[in-house]
Design a protein around this ligand. Structure first.
Ligand code: ATP
Length: 358
């Protein structure tokens, strides 16, 4: 995957001193979550040993299982544990996902959802040269949860788009582009959603003025959806509002090979949560066939962030090592899960990655 978060350092890397051990809140989630978590834990333990990174892994219960056990999707104990950690590595959560991740995003002001999408060998990606990042605003839009029923048969949802949130997410996109192919595509639908998307587009244009070396374009969301299939290699950084980003990043990940390869980072000024972009995939849960790479690459992103935040070369090395072990596993083509056209099991993929960590 290569460095993703490096050019965003001035957003999250303050003067915090390096801890003696990194406390990681590990959330196994629902559906395929526990299988992905077991696979990723093997990778965490191996890099911890290999690179001498002291890790304290605290499991946190959240999601559908927590809801049926405690009556709450995000129990107080879990929240406390997350607050005490240096980072959270999260598996997908099922039906209660809005009560967990959407709440955590708001609570920790994790305003930027960074979703790198890259083509790997042997993955049935549409093209081999796909390499983009979808930057999704993470705190507002229709996901603010302002939905109402007006009587039995009429419902209303409020779409919140603000100047401040739009400016800060656009700035993340331009900063990211500086360290990449230097192109930003702002995606909206301002011809129809004239007020909300109109404001978002205006903010992106305003930020674009500050980055004269970045090529800037705009696209309506429907055209962008088509172009992600037609010419995915032409995108570098896409910046967009919360719901459009949710949808387009799933599409981009599938075009690049599989949802099962796509990691993400929910980034704020002080904290970050790393998770696969996909959901709990109940249709394949418990069968040991889910692709764990999305969560393993999320762990790589987490180490990259820890390394930059605490100026810790060991974490940077761990991140690079995980990224190249994933690349080598896919290039070898022996350990491919069914979503990539193979027959490998989740734990076989984990083993392959672990043996390639150097
Ligand atoms: P959400 O809205 O929470 O993102 P969703 O209902 O859109 O969830 P997902 O759970 O993301 O759906 O899964 C969509 C499909 O993608 C699943 O049915 C599954 O076949 C496939 N899929 C998702 N993740 C993986 C994975 N890690 N490995 C293999 N297949 C996966």
């Amino acid at each position: 995957m290569g460095s993703v978060l490096g050019s965003l350092k001035d957003i999250y890397a303050g003067s915090a001193s390096r801890p003696t051990e990194y406390v990681i809140a590990l959330m196994p989630g629902d559906g395929i979550g526990p299988e992905l978590t077991a696979a990723t834990l093997r990778v965490l333990n191996t890099v911890s040993e290999k690179f001498g990174i002291p890790l304290k892994i605290n499991r946190v219960e959240a999601g559908d299982n927590a809801m049926s056990k405690y009556g709450e999707a995000l129990p107080d104990e879990s929240l406390k544990s997350i607050k005490k950690s240096h980072a959270c590595l999260k598996a997908p959560v099922g039906e209660t996902s809005a009560d967990v991740i959407v709440k955590l995003r708001m609570m920790f002001d994790l305003f930027a959802n960074i979703r790198p999408v890259k083509a790997y060998p042997n993955t049935q990606s549409l093209r081999s040269d796909i390499d983009m990042v979808v930057v999704r605003e993470n705190t507002e839009d229709l996901y603010k949860g302002l939905e109402f029923a007006l009587g039995n048969n009429t419902t209303v949802a409020l779409r919140v788009i603000t100047y401040d949130a739009s400016i800060r997410i656009a700035d993340v996109a331009f900063k990211l582009a500086l360290g990449r192919k230097k192109k930003v595509t702002a995606v909206h639908k301002s011809n129809v959603l004239k007020t909300t998307c109109g404001l978002f587009a205006r903010c992106c244009r305003e930020v674009a003025q500050k980055y004269p070396n970045i090529s800037y374009e705009e696209s309506y969301v429907d055209a962008c959806a088509a172009n992600l299939v037609r010419k995915p290699h032409t995108f570098d950084v896409i910046v967009t509002t919360n719901m459009f980003g949710d949808i387009l990043s799933d599409e981009a990940a599938q075009v690049a090979g599989s949802l099962g390869l796509a990691p993400s980072c929910n980034l704020g000024y002080n904290y970050a949560i790393f998770e696969p972009i996909h959901g709990a995939a109940f249709d394949i849960a418990g069968k040991n066939i889910a692709n764990p790479i999305s969560m393993i690459l999320s762990a790589a992103l987490m180490f990259e962030w820890l390394g930059a935040k605490y100026n810790d070369g060991r974490c940077i090395k761990a991140s690079e090592s995980i990224n190249s072990a994933v690349y080598e596993t896919l290039k070898e083509g022996k350990s491919l899960t069914p979503d990539l056209g193979g027959v490998a099991r989740t734990d076989e993929v984990a083993l392959s990655v672990v043996t390639k960590l150097t």
